[in-house]
Design a protein around this ligand. Sequence first.
Ligand code: FNR
Length: 377
Amino acid sequence: MQQINEVNDIDLSVPINSETYRELAREKIDKKAFGYIDSGSGSEWSLVENIKQYHRYSLVPRVLRDVTAVDQSITLLGREIRAPYLLAPVGFQTIVHDDGERASAQASNHAGIPFVQSTVSSYTIEEIRAALPDAPHYFQLYWPSDVEVCDSLIKRAEASGVDALVITVDTPLLGRREVDLAHAYFPMETGAGMANFLSDPVFQAKYNPTGTLTESALKQAIQKILFHPGLTFQALKKLRDETALPIIIKGVLNKDDAKELQALGVDGIIVSNHGGRQLDSAVAPLDVLADVRAAVGPSFPLLVDGGVRRGSDIIKALALGADAVLIGRPYIYGLIDGERGVRQVLSQLSSDLQTNLALLGVTDVSQLDQSYIKNAE
Ligand code: FNR
């Protein structure tokens, strides 16, 4: 519970929002690295649409409610988190700042919200676990086509005590990202994103038994097994039987897929088009959110991501049925200033959300429903 008008830790000497950090990132980091984080696949239709969908809705406030105290905390997978958003899995974060995922995880820990660590992060599962003593640690899995390496990563996640597995299913192969193709850029070429594989005993034993492989040969070995175009519901079913960890499936847009996954026993779903980086022209998640919510029922954990930039966006997503949202690019723009920059973006977002909830006449995010929004079209 936070008091309205309470002095918070907004620092006026730094950028005021993630859009301003984005412009700084454009100036400050390598052009190819900026292209990688900022761009989308193909024509970038989905990337643009993700943002536009939030502009389709306006907010309809209630007045004369006592809003002296507003609570934006929620419970997710049985744990209280301080705000209804998570840091999305974003790979290769050392292309933005040397501290990469460790800085982002520390900022998440400070904010009391979950950090979702990418498979292709530049710090290991165990290192990120240690950076999150007070906030949930979810491990995102790109299900490797090598089943033994896949099992080993899952075992390490279990052994290190992560809170959940987030399995990304919209990436049987990489989307066609024309900005990166034009730059001939793949971030692993910089040495980023390999930590979980290089530290994996099974990966090393199978692909580098003599320990003499060159860095470029190691990259090729990782790239060859990173995605699994043959993955089906069967493999998930098997994993559901084998692991006690909560499983959240990321990258679902079809309500029937959502129902099938729910029936299979997963613990939550993230409605997502991967920030417009995979299927070009994939529907914007916000556009299908209410239908997916109707399909899975009122109490199934349902998250959404893509295009969330402001507190008002979070309000719209929650009003349409999400329990929480994930943010990707906004915190990555903040990462140009390391942990401090990510903290700043999170603090700005929570402050924006807090103010807008009060102005909307809402004292607890659980009160949000469709009566607070109007389709502006
Ligand atoms: C991603 N995303 C992503 N997703 C995932 O499951 N594993 C990953 O490793 C990555 N890596 C990644 C890198 C970069 C640079 C970006 C921008 C995104 C997708 C991410 O988790 C999320 O779905 C989107 O970023 C959400 O959209 P916004 O918030 O960026 O608009």
